[in-house]
Ligand binder design. Sequence first.
Ligand code: GLN
Length: 547
Amino acid sequence: MARYIFITGGVVSSLGKGLASAALGALLQARGYSVRLRKLDPYLNVDPGTMSPFEHGEVFVTDDGAETDLDLGHYERFTGVPARKTDSVSSGRIYSTVLEKERRGDYLGKTIQVVPHVTNEIKDYLRIGEAEVDFMLCEIGGTVGDIEGLPFFEAIRQFIHERPRGECILMHLTLLPYLAASGELKTKPTQHSVKELQSIGLAPDVLLLRSEHPIPEKEREKIALFCNVRKESVIAAYDLKTIYEAPLAYHREGLDQAVLDAFGISPAPRPNLTRWEDVMDRITNAEGEVRVAIVGKYTQLGDAYKSIAEALTHGGMANRTRVRIEWVDAELFEREDPAPHLQRFHAILVPGGFGERGTEGKIKAVEFARTRGVPYLGICLGMQMAVIEAARHLAGVTNAGSEEFDHEAGEKRFTPVIYHLKEWVQGNHVVERKLGDDKGGSMRLGAYNAKLTPGSRVAEVYGTLEIEERHRHRYEVDMTYRDKLEACGLMFSGMSPDGKLPEIVEVKGHPWFIGVQFHPELKSKPFAPHPLFADFIRAAVEASRLV
Ligand code: GLN
C-alpha cells in the first residue's frame, strides 16, 4: 500500500506547489521509489476543459482523455509517469458524483451532507490506484483558509486519522516575505498559516519556505519551534533560474531526506540524480540561442501555452542551445504585414486554439513561414491553419476556411476544408458526437495511434512508423481535398490507423514544415525531449546559421 504525502499551500497562492510536488516526486524516484501525483482542486467546474486559458492556463490532456489542470503537466514532465483521469479531481466533480448517486437513490433516503458524503467521495478518490505505487503525492489547490477548500482538508484529516500511523505526512508550502526597510524575513505569516492548518486538525511534518533571501539559522529555529516542525524539516525553497533546477536544489536543502525521515524510513536509499544533473548540464552549458515566435491568441499569458513553452525548451536541451520564445499576437497580422515582425525569428510555431479570432493573422504567419522557408510547426489549430493557407494560396480554394468559424458566426462564409468531426474510431468502437453536444468533453480527446508514411520527414524524425499522441479537437481536415492539396506539395504523412483521419501534414521541399492534429508538447520531458520539438529546434539552429 502506498504512503501518502499531502501538499498544501499557505499565505499566498502561486508559490509553485505544483512544481514542488513534481520535484519531490522526481526525488523519490531518484531514490528508487515509484510515485503517482494527484491534484485536488477546490473549484466548482467539473474539469478545466471549459475554462478559458485566461482563467486557468493550459488544459492538460491525459492519455485516457481527461481535460485536467496544468499542474498534471508538471507532474508528468518531472516524473515521466503518464497522468490519468483520476489524478485530477475538483469539487465540481465530487459534488456531481454525489448528486448523481443521490438521484439514483444510492444513499437510501439519507440526508446528504458535506460530512460524510462529500468527504467520503474525496477519500475514495484518494485511494484509487494506491496498490500500484510506493508514494502517492496529493496536492491540494488553493490556500489553506479558503472556504471552498474545507471539505478537502477535512477529508484529508479523516484519511490520515484512519490510516495506520506513519503512512501519511503533510508538507506545507508558504512564503517568507522580506521587508526591505528592516532587512528582515518575516515568519509570522507562516506561523499563522500553520495555525490555520492546526485549527482544522492538520499538522505539517515538513515546511517548504519560498524565500528570495537566505533564511538565517535563527529564523529557521523560530519557525521550527512555533510551527511544531523539526528544524531539519524546515526547508528553504529559493528562487531558481529554471524550474528544472528544482529537484537538485530541493535535494541540496534536504527535502527528500526530511520527507523520508518523517515517514521513519531509515536508512534511506541513496539517490541517483544523474538524470537531473544531465538536464542541468544541458541547460547551463548551452551554446548559442535561437528565437522562436509563437503566434497565438493568449499571448499575454504564458501559462496558456505552458507545455509548448516547456517542450521548446526541451528541444533546445536536445540541441544544447537556448531557445528564446517570443509571443506574438496573431491579430497584429490582420492589421500589419507580418514580414517586419517575423523576419528576426529562426522558427515559427502556431499553437492550438479555439474560435475564429486571430485566425486570419495565423494564416498570414503560415504563409510567411511557407514562402520564406522558415521552419514551421503547426499544432492542432496551427495544422488546420496550414491546410487552409495551402488550400487558399496553392490549391485555388480561395475562400477556404473551417466549419468552426461558420458555426461560431452562424452563417456560411467559407468553403470548409476543415469540417466538424462527428464520428471516429477509438480502439474497436465508433464514437459519435453532435454539434449541440455538451461543451465539456465533446471532443476527440486523449491518446490515438497514427501511422506514418515511410520516407516522409516525420517518419525520419520519429524514427518509427507507428506513434501514439494526445488529441483535443472537434474539427478535422476534409480528406476530399487530399489529392488537390497533395498535388500542390502538401503531404499527409500521418494518418489514423483506419486511414480516414489526417494526423500530420508536411510541405515537401521546405526546410522544415510540419503540422500535427495532436498535441506533441504534452508528452515532452526534459530528460526525453519530444522528437518533433528536438528536430524543430535543430532546424531552427540550422536557420540561425544561415542568417
Ligand atoms: N479548434 C480546433 C478544433 O476544435 C483546434 C483545437 C485545438 O487546437 N486544440 O478542431
